[in-house]
Design a protein around this ligand. Structure first.
Ligand SMILES: Nc1nc2c(ncn2[C@@H]2O[C@H](COP(=O)(O)OP(=O)(O)O[C@H]3O[C@H](CO)[C@@H](O)[C@H](O)[C@@H]3O)[C@@H](O)[C@H]2O)c(=O)[nH]1
Ligand SMILES: [Mg+2]
Length: 192
């Protein structure tokens, strides 16, 4: 346990798209000694993610898109299967995820349930991610989804049998943290 934390200096290393800061801080250890350390922290805002599920069909909706960082680190196609997600603008997490759901999957949902929140990479990224689930059915489909053209998102919308999706975690076809957490949540809480 450390306490009495004081930020001494924040240096911007990059503010090209998001912000990479180098932060120097002082803290006190339990024995009363004071220490100075610095760490880099990548600030790309906060986000929200959602798993859409259909109780009758026992199915779920996921997306597939190119994610450069995975391509740079062991994912040969760079394509990643993920729960729908987006970065918070100035809106709250619930409004954000409803908007992202319509843009990325084409489903217009009104009732969402927040299930938990999590820091996804606490040693290096400031982001906190808000996790939601919501029921979907065919009548809620209002467009093809795919993301915003001007953001060049090119998102594929996929409907999976829930058991198949769970098996895809074991086979390594689903490798995205937030997606695994949401799929396991549905099973743990016996929702699907
Ligand atoms: N030009 C440019 N565009 C970028 C850059 N980085 C990201 N973008 C674009 O910014 C847009 C952000 O789309 P969102 O749907 O709002 O966010 P997201 O990337 O899906 O993020 C979600 O998933 C992440 C990964 O799990 C989460 O970390 C994040 O919180 C959020 O939930 C995407 O079109 C993405 O390509 C960049 O460096 N340059
Ligand atoms: Mg997104």
């Amino acid at each position: 346990m450390i306490n009495d934390i004081h930020i001494l200096k924040t240096e911007i290393l990059s503010d090209n798209w998001y912000i990479l800061n180098k932060v120097t801080y002082e803290f006190t250890r339990p024995d009363g000694s004071k220490h100075i350390q610095n760490r880099e922290a990548y600030d790309r805002g906060n986000g929200a993610t959602i798993l859409l599920y259909n109780l009758e069909q026992k199915s779920i909706i996921l997306t597939k898109q190119f994610r450069l960082p995975t391509y740079l680190n062991g994912n040969p196609s760079g394509m990643l299967i993920e729960a729908c997600a987006g970065l918070l603008d100035k809106d709250n997490a619930e409004d954000c995820i409803k908007r992202e759901t319509e843009e990325e999957t084409g489903y217009k949902i009104t009732d969402v349930k927040k299930v938990f929140e999590a820091y996804m990479s606490p040693g290096s990224v400031t982001e906190i991610l808000y996790f939601f689930i919501a029921a979907y059915n065919k009548t809620m489909k209002v467009n093809d989804g795919g993301g915003l053209a001007h953001e060049e998102e090119h998102i594929e919308v996929l409907e999976f049998d829930f058991e198949d999706a769970l098996n895809m975690i074991d086979s390594g076809e689903i490798k995205d943290g937030k997606t695994i957490m949401l799929l396991q949540h549905l099973r743990l809480k016996s929702i699907l």
